[in-house]
Design a protein around this ligand. Structure first.
Ligand code: FES
Length: 323
């Protein structure tokens, strides 16, 4: 009998998550934002093979993929077909950006949230049978009404049916179309994901996030992913407004109210890149134990990186994305 609630520990990454009821190991992991490697999610491909190290599992879905007896004897199981009976430890691979296949999905507009005359938040819903596999920080291509554009995903991979994107009116044909002609329930074809600006799952260090204008979208996704994985000791967000306002400031404030370990500062991009980088770094004299994830123009990122390295940031702790 599956347990009502059981804890799963994934080796060697050390991630843990909880399985409720009859959920498969894979479903529960993805809901927790842990990107275990998988393919079809329906028992056909064998890409979700893992090894049971300890504990007991129970099959909840039939599968066509044949697990060899010799492998079964070593604990091999398909994570999309089994659930846990009590706490378990498994050995399973975590997917990186290079492991995630290209997908094309016809989504529906669930909501259009106009923020001001220059940007809107677009909420797309995938079919139940075709969820988007992606990592926080990645982008997708959107097409509708003959218009197309590339956008960073602003939502968490832990909700793989609901995709949030921040669409600027003044950039790319899709932006004009979204403001002028897009309505609830319209079809939007999404393809992707692309990009490697993703969170380093093995790090447990405090994280500084730096967003520039709508470069907040991938940062928002990364923050949500970091929260669901509980990977960071603490999080600091600096959001620089240049051509746009801090368009989701209320959301950021609600995070700061809800979390003890989350601080933020809203800054105006009203100085040169070197001065702005100094403003971001002013409260962090020693970055030895930090990771930085930053979006912005190349010149600003260069200044920020140089300033951070001068404050002892490890080169491996720097993650910049030019927007
Ligand atoms: S994901 Fe294809 S068999 Fe499990």
């Amino acid at each position: 009998m599956p347990a009502m609630s059981a804890q799963v520990t994934v080796m060697p990454s050390g991630h843990t998550f909880t399985i409720e009821g009859n959920d498969t190991i894979l479903q529960a992991a993805l809901r927790a934002g842990i990107p275990l490697n998988y393919g079809c999610s329906g028992g056909n491909c064998g890409e979700c093979l893992a090894r049971l190290v300890s504990g007991e599992v129970s099959k909840v879905h039939p599968h066509d993929f044949i697990v060899k007896e010799v492998d079964k004897a070593k604990g091999a199981l398909l994570m999309c077909a089994y659930t846990a009976v009590g706490d378990i430890v498994i050995e399973a691979g975590i997917a990186g950006a290079e492991d995630i296949p290209q997908q094309t999905i016809v989504t529906r507009v669930k909501a259009i949230e106009p923020i001001d005359e220059s940007i809107l938040a677009l909420h797309l819903m995938t079919p139940r049978s075709q969820r988007l596999r992606f990592l926080a920080g990645q982008s997708v291509r959107l097409e509708a009404g003959g218009a197309a554009g590339d956008y960073y995903i602003a939502s968490c991979p832990c909700d793989d049916r609901h995709i949030e994107l921040h669409v600027r009116r003044d950039r790319q044909a899709f932006g004009e179309w979204a403001f002028a002609g897009l309505s609830k329930e319209d079809a939007v074809t999404l393809s992707g994901p692309a990009g490697g600006f993703v969170i380093q799952l093995e790090s447990r260090r405090p994280i500084i996030f730096v967003a520039w204008d709508d470069g907040f979208a991938p940062i928002k996704s990364l923050i949500q992913h970091a929260m669901s994985l509980e990977v960071a000791e603490s999080m600091h967000l600096y959001w620089l407004a240049d051509k746009l306002a801090h368009y989701q400031e209320n959301y950021v404030r609600s995070l700061a109210d809800a979390l003890d370990d989350f601080e933020y500062r809203m800054l105006d991009a009203d100085a040169d890149s070197a001065q702005l980088a100094e403003r971001v770094l002013a409260g962090h004299p020693d970055l030895t134990r930090y990771d930085i994830y930053a979006t912005g123009p190349a010149e600003f990122l260069d200044c920020l990186r140089a300033g951070a390295l001068a404050r002892n940031l490890s080169v491996l702790g720097w993650h910049g994305e030019v927007i």
